[in-house]
Design a protein around this ligand. Structure first.
Ligand SMILES: [Fe+2]
Length: 251
């Protein structure tokens, strides 16, 4: 298995709650004061996880950037992009509850260890459900390991029953996993990752999200006047690095 809300964006956000976005004098979206506090809370949670597992730090950042790129390629509203961005930041926060010997194990996991790793989804929900401001992100965190074909976890839901944002996170979670070094294997190319993801379209992944990933990559290829097969993950990350800008400002 390789590493997922409303298909109809319709201008509404992921759960119908005002995300507290405001327009500045230039007509651009700015963060309301309570949103600033929300972001600070998010980064505090992420830093707590980084302290235990430095790999997850980079993973969360990469997943966030990729997810924002796909969400925009799908034409989602900035309100929904923002929810997906923040869910990307904290999607693996529940790994705080996974013991070090399992979280940092170099070899293959035993079935028991796999079950322990899988608890990170519901542990994450337990941590985040205490934060009222993250109500919209919660379903995405809960479902980021569900599969389009219903063979995922924690609930085994399928297709459109999986929040769209979670279906996006599932694709980019895998994209980053394949293209990043692991203690047990070296990183593979962006092109190899795209092949694997294409093979899983309609099985592990929502075909619409896979298509949006390819559309986003094609747009970057055109903008940069670089062949698609010459693009790297760094090229993708550069286009959405602003998704992480709030981190620089708040650090
Ligand atoms: Fe995860």
């Amino acid at each position: 298995m390789y590493g997922d809300d409303a298909r109809d964006d319709g201008g509404a956000n992921c759960c119908g709650i005002d995300p507290k976005l405001e327009l500045d004098s230039n007509g651009k979206i700015s963060l309301a004061p309570d949103m600033d506090r929300r972001i600070e809370t998010l980064w505090s949670l992420i830093r707590a996880l980084e302290a235990r597992d430095p790999y997850t730090m980079k993973h969360s950042e990469n997943v966030t950037c990729y997810a924002v790129g796909i969400a925009r390629a799908m034409g989602l509203s900035e309100e929904n992009v923002d929810i997906i961005r923040q869910a990307g930041m904290v999607h693996d926060i529940g790994k705080i509850g996974v013991p070090d010997p399992i979280l940092q194990k170099a070899g293959l996991l035993t079935p028991l260890e796999q079950r322990a790793i899988r608890t990170h989804v519901l542990t994450g929900v337990q941590i985040l459900c205490e934060i009222q401001a993250l109500k919209c992100e919660l379903p995405l965190v809960r479902s980021h390991h569900e599969r389009w074909d219903g063979k995922g976890y924690p609930e085994g839901i399928a297709g459109d029953a999986i929040p769209l944002g979670a279906r996006i996170l599932a694709v980019v979670d895998t994209l980053d996993a394949i293209t990043s070094d692991r203690v047990y294997r070296k990183a593979r190319s962006l092109q190899k990752a795209l092949e694997i993801i294409a093979d899983e379209s309609g099985k592990q992944f929502d075909p619409v999200v896979v298509s949006a990933l390819n559309q986003w990559i094609s747009e970057i290829s055109t903008e940069r006047q670089v062949q698609t097969d010459a693009l790297t993950t760094e090229n993708l990350l550069e286009t959405t690095v602003e998704a992480l800008a709030i981190r620089v400002e708040s650090s």
